[in-house]
Ligand binder design. Structure first.
Ligand code: G3I
Length: 464
């Protein structure tokens, strides 16, 4: 990267490092609904892994095999993290230095360390234009396509059953404003190279979650829109894809986007998991800490955001060491960014994956029967996510309908926790099975995404 990202293996097996083992093992063996109860009732975790586990998420880091002999590094790794991503050791140049001759020595070291310490592994990355061995760089056409498929098959088979999620394809879209695919030797083998890689990975390791991973896709922009379109197409055609990774490399020139959460949410709404895969934020002090907290809160607010990985442990371990972008300083001390991250993990209240949205506890009933609705918006150029809060009047509801009037040229692209009739003009949203019945004063929320200009005004609400 030049500029500046089963099928539920493991979501029920969150296992942090040694100090955290007891709490996490308990969380990991109970049903999702109980996890919610623990999440809201449990005392705050004291490590990134335990706090994330209490929210049904993992917290991971990139790991370099040659640092596993550094006791400070390993001490922090084992204490704070329950997911590891080999930083370079699973890439094509490392695993297949000569065509057909595979070397897993360094990657196996990391996987063994993870397994011995109750951590899981994000595989990174099977097919990528960068860090290819010289022999692959010199191939093209059908010879390169075959070599790529063989590489994906061999590596995913070697690690079959040991990988939580694979970055099957990494960074396949171009920067800039046109949303095009990145030109590369792989792209020149044909536009279908990405789906071919995903199908090969699924065949080789059916239990691993298969992710598309990229950078500068963290907010809504031409590049993320192009990824969104590809993923939508894959879902529609049954190409096996389970998750999208958002690398989230931030600095002053590329800060956390204002629509970060909304962007994660719109991908999640396609029916797959989202993961923050390579988080680092250049800076220091309060500003850096605040940005980390923003990222964590965004993930906790998106029920299908299943985990966060930072791209290294200490600032000195970072690929951008001069930007001091990580959670621990060069001596392994916790930074303000660490504390903010932990506090955000402990403060979030969003339920973990698969728990249906719930209603809020009764408050003082508003006067009158029926129901009221209010609207809040997250917007970006050309689109928005709307959250509508429905509150029952003094008689409660058996069902409800909220009506939103959209400006001309605006359309609903998808909705959740409600059923919409129509997509333009005056759109009526009715409750779904689990959120129609509200006691007096009780509230529930639904949402929808739109393309165009956001609505204004207060939605009308009728109760039945
Ligand atoms: O190991 C050799 C060493 O023997 C040699 O002396 C030295 C000389 O330059 O190079 C060392 O290899 C370096 C390797 O990191 C290990 O430190 C490579 O030159 C260097 O290019 C490589 O950089 C990696 C970079 O990907 C390459 O694209 C970074 O560590 C790694 O953090 C970074 O990770 C990527 C993700 O895979 C994808 N997303 C972006 C992210 C940051 O670029």
């Amino acid at each position: 990267m030049s500029s500046s990202a089963v099928r539920d293996r493991g979501s029920a097996r969150v296992r942090p490092g040694r100090r955290a083992a007891l709490i996490s093992a308990t969380v990991g063996t109970v049903a999702a609904g109980t996890v919610l109860a623990l999440a809201t009732a449990a005392s705050a975790g004291t490590t990134l892994a335990t706090s994330a586990a209490e929210k049904g998420r993992y917290f991971g880091t990139a790991v370099a095999a040659n640092k596993l002999s550094d006791s400070t590094y390993v001490g922090i790794l084992n204490r704070e993290f329950n997911m590891v991503t080999p930083e370079n050791e699973m890439k094509w140049d490392a695993t297949e230095p000569s065509q057909g001759q595979f070397n897993y020595t360094s990657a196996d070291r990391i996987v063994s360390h993870a397994q011995a310490n109750g951590m899981r592994v994000r595989g990174h990355a099977l097919a990528w234009h960068s860090q290819q061995p010289g022999w692959a760089q010199n191939l093209s056409g059908s010879a390169l396509r075959s070599a790529m498929v063989n590489h994906v098959t061999q590596v995913a088979t070697h690690y079959q059953g040991k990988i939580h999620s694979w970055d099957v394809v990494n960074e396949a879209f171009a920067d800039g404003g046109n949303g095009a695919r990145r030109d590369s030797n792989l792209q020149r083998t044909g536009n279908d190279w990405i789906e071919v890689a995903f199908r090969a990975a699924r065949t080789a390791d059916p239990g691993a979650k298969l992710c598309y991973n990229d950078y500068n896709t963290d907010g809504q922009n031409a590049k993320s829109n192009a990824v969104y379109a590809m993923v939508s197409d894959f879902k529609a055609r049954g190409v096996p894809i389970d998750c999208v990774g958002f690398q989230s490399h931030f600095n002053s020139a590329s800060p956390v986007p204002g629509d970060y959460q909304a962007n994660l949410q719109r991908f999640a709404n396609l029916g797959l998991d989202v993961q923050i895969t390579e988080l680092d934020i250049e800076g220091s002090g309060t500003a850096q800490a605040t940005s980390y907290a923003t990222v964590v809160k965004a993930c906790l607010a998106v029920s299908r955001c299943t985990g966060i990985s930072v791209w290294g442990i200490r600032d000195t371990d970072s690929w951008r060491a001069s930007g001091t972008p990580l959670l621990f300083d060069g001596n392994g001390n916790k930074k303000a960014a660490y504390t903010a991250t932990l506090d955000a993990l402990n403060g979030g209240t969003t339920p973990p994956t698969t728990v249906p949205p719930t209603t809020t506890p009764p408050t003082t009933p508003p006067p009158g029967a029926g129901c009221t609705a209010s609207l809040s918006l997250q917007t970006w150029t050309g689109g928005f996510v709307a959250t509508v809060r429905v509150t029952a009047g003094s008689s409660g509801t058996n069902g409800w309908a909220a009506t939103v009037t959209l400006p001309a040229g605006t359309a609903v692209t998808n909705a959740w926790n409600a059923q919409n009739s129509g997509t333009t003009g005056t759109v009526r949203f009715t409750n779904v099975g689990y959120n129609g019945r509200l006691t007096a004063g009780q509230s529930t929320e639904f949402g929808f995404q739109g393309a165009g200009t956001p609505p204004s005004g207060t939605p009308s609400c009728t109760a039945s």
